[in-house]
Structure formats: structure tokens, C-alpha cells
Design a protein around this ligand. Structure first.
Ligand SMILES: NC(=O)c1ccc[n+]([C@@H]2O[C@H](COP(=O)([O-])OP(=O)(O)OC[C@H]3O[C@@H](n4cnc5c(N)ncnc54)[C@H](OP(=O)(O)O)[C@@H]3O)[C@@H](O)[C@H]2O)c1
Length: 303
């Protein structure tokens, strides 16, 4: 059976460590019932495969249902007592993917991403790990997360499988990948290059950008909706929510989906009602003017 197209809104399982079986089942149903068929995990969410296990134990999946959905996970971040480090060795990638399969209660992973760049990475090791996981049918597709274009190029030089995804932080407020192009060569702060042209690189190379934390500002500082720091933005979002007869959550996500780079938005809400509202974004197409007005209201300078 062929799978349906992957949904452009993805349900992320970063925040489910303390959720009950029933709460996770309700999250999952809210996604499926509203057209979200793509689920994002990581080996490290909640601890050692903890959030993956919560999902695997809660969602008893028939073979038919498994074929209708996409399960993605990530590996490559390890911890010591005082912090994190990165490990893209062959042994670590294979072991983590195999442990993710067990935790998620699935025979295969639809996509495996390398979570954050390991500056000690060696292309040959990654290539061997990907080949083993792909040839044994354990992983169908591969991608990266938080990678610069040159880091993607480096990995792609070695691996036989196409790098299909790059998951990076992107929201109405955290939009440096846009600012950099819009303010190119000016004296304005937007011209500061934090992302090395990752937006344009991904479009040229057919790599899907997956926007993580679509509601957050800063480094997990909180959400921008109904936040006094973003009055102008919330005003503009509310006007559009009224126009499109939807919720501000959907407008915020529709802004990401409207970009012709064909991105996916990885939402993190654990609330079934908010999952449902997020899914409405897939049916909204903002006009060019609305898109730029939101961008400006979020505080980005348009020269
Ligand atoms: N690749 C990476 O490096 C990376 C990093 C971080 C995250 N991720 C992925 O991206 C996903 C999303 O990240 P995120 O969780 O930070 O995304 P988010 O969707 O921006 O934020 C979700 C958080 O905001 C709250 N929230 C959302 N809408 C709200 C509203 N209208 N009112 C009140 N609270 C609201 C949620 O609470 P409720 O649950 O109560 O709704 C939840 O705590 C994660 O699950 C993970 O899959 C990837």
C-alpha cells in the first residue's frame, strides 16, 4: 500500500514525558482525525528514549495504520552529567536507531535525522551507518537538523541516500533565515548571517525545511501568542484569524506554510484542541500582502 502524502503540519513529541497513556492517545487521535499523519521524535526527548517509549506503549498500531503514518526520529546528541555532546559515530547511530525502533514499537522508521552537527563527524562513518540501516529496511529516509548548507554538503558527499530534511528553528518571531535574504547587504541587523543561506540552499536542493518551535521566541523563552512583548503581532494575527474564521495558532502556522519553500511545521503542543487548531493551517493560504504584514508586525525590518 502506498502512503498518503506527508502532512505539512507535524506533531512533535518533545514534551510528552509526563503525559499519561490516555493523554497521548488523545493527542494522536486529534492529529489523525485532523489530517496530521507525521510524528516527530528524538532518542533524547524526555531522557533515554523515554518520549518514544511513551508513544510506542500508548499507540497500539495495526499494520494498516502504521502504513498510513510517518514516524521520524533523531539521534546524535548524548549527555554527560553536566551537559550534552554529539556523536555521529557509526556504532552510535546504528545503536540509537535500533533502540528507537524498539521504543516506538515499529519495524521501520520513515525518517532518521542527525540531531545537531557533530563537529567531529566523519563522513565515512555516517555513510556506513546509513547504508546498514537503509539496506536492512530499518530506516527509509534520512535527514539532518540544525545543519548549515556546508554541513549538509559534507554529509551528502559521503552518503548514498539523499538528505531530504533539515529541521531548524523557525517561526514568525525567529525568522533569521528570512531576514538574512530580505536585508541582504544592508547595514541592518537582519543582514547578520546566522544560517549561511540555508533557506535558498534547501530550495535549490529539494530539501524540506522542518520548522521546529513554530510558536516560541528566543531559545525556548515562551510563546509569542497573547504575549505583551508582541502586541502588534498579536493584533495582526487576530485580524487574520477573524478573516479566515480560525484560531491565532492556525494563522501563525499558516505563515510558515505559505512560504513557497514548501516547509513543514513541527508543532509541540500536547493539547488535542490546539493540535486540531494547528491542523487548520493546512487549509489557509495567506496573501503575499498578509504574509509581509505579519512579518513586519513581528518586528522584522523590510528595507
Ligand atoms: N530539531 C531540534 O533541534 C528541535 C528542538 C526543539 C523542538 N523540536 C521538535 O519541534 C517540536 C515543537 O517544539 P516546541 O514544543 O518548542 O514547539 P511550539 O509548538 O512552538 O511550543 C509548544 C509549547 O507551547 C505551548 N503552547 C502552544 N500553543 C499555545 C497556546 N496557544 N497557548 C498556550 N500554550 C501554548 C505548548 O503547551 P501545551 O502542550 O499545553 O499546548 C507547548 O508547551 C517538538 O515537539 C520537537 O518534535 C526539534
Amino acid at each position: 500500500m502506498n502512503k498518503k502524502e506527508p502532512s505539512r503540519v507535524v506533531s512533535g513529541y518533545f514534551r510528552v514525558k509526563d503525559k499519561s497513556k490516555e493523554e497521548i492517545q488523545n493527542m494522536f487521535s486529534a492529529a489523525i482525525d485532523n489530517g496530521i499523519n507525521f510524528f516527530d521524535h528524538a532518542d533524547k526527548y524526555g531522557g533515554d528514549h523515554v518520549c518514544e517509549s511513551r508513544f510506542g506503549e500508548s499507540i497500539k498500531m495495526s499494520d494498516d495504520l502504521r502504513e498510513e503514518i510517518y514516524i521520524q526520529t533523531k539521534c546524535g546528541i548524548r549527555s554527560w552529567e553536566g551537559g550534552d555532546y554529539y556523536d555521529f559515530s557509526k556504532e552510535h547511530i546504528i545503536r540509537q536507531a535500533e533502540d528507537s525502533l524498539k521504543a516506538l514499537h515499529t519495524e521501520y522508521i520513515d525518517s532518521l535525522l542527525l540531531h545537531r552537527p557533530d563537529t567531529l563527524m566523519e563522513g565515512e562513518e555516517i555513510a556506513e551507518a546509513f547504508e546498514t540501516l537503509h539496506s536492512t529496511g530499518k530506516v527509509r529516509n534520512f535527514g539532518v537538523s540544525n545543519f548549515t548548507p556546508y554541513q549538509v554538503e559534507y554529509v551528502q558527499k559521503y552518503v548514498n541516500q539523499k538528505i531530504r530534511f533539515n529541521q531548524i528553528q523557525f517561526s514568525l518571531v525567529h525568522a533569521s533565515i528570512i531576514d538574512n535574504g530580505v536585508c541582504m547587504n544592508t547595514v541592518f541587523d537582519g543582514a547578520i548571517d546566522r544560517d549561511r543561506g540555508v533557506l535558498e540552499y534547501s530550495r535549490i536542493n529539494d530539501i524540506t525545511i522542518q520548522a521546529w518551535s513554530p510558536m516560541q521566541y528566543g531559545w525556548f523563552e515562551g510563546i509569542f501568542l497573547n504575549n505583551d512583548k508582541f502586541t502588534e503581532l498579536n493584533k495582526e494575527i487576530s485580524l487574520l484569524a477573524e478573516k479566515y474564521n480560525t484560531d491565532p495558532i492556525a494563522i501563525s502556522i499558516a505563515w510558515i506554510l505559505r512560504h513557497p519553500a514548501n516547509m513543514q511545521a513541527v508543532i509541540g503542543t500536547t493539547n488535542p484542541e490546539r493540535i486540531k487548531k494547528s491542523a487548520q493551517a493546512m487549509n489557509i493560504e495567506l496573501t503575499r500582502k498578509e504574509w509581509y504584514k505579519l512579518y513586519s508586525a513581528a518586528g522584522h525590518f523590510i528595507p
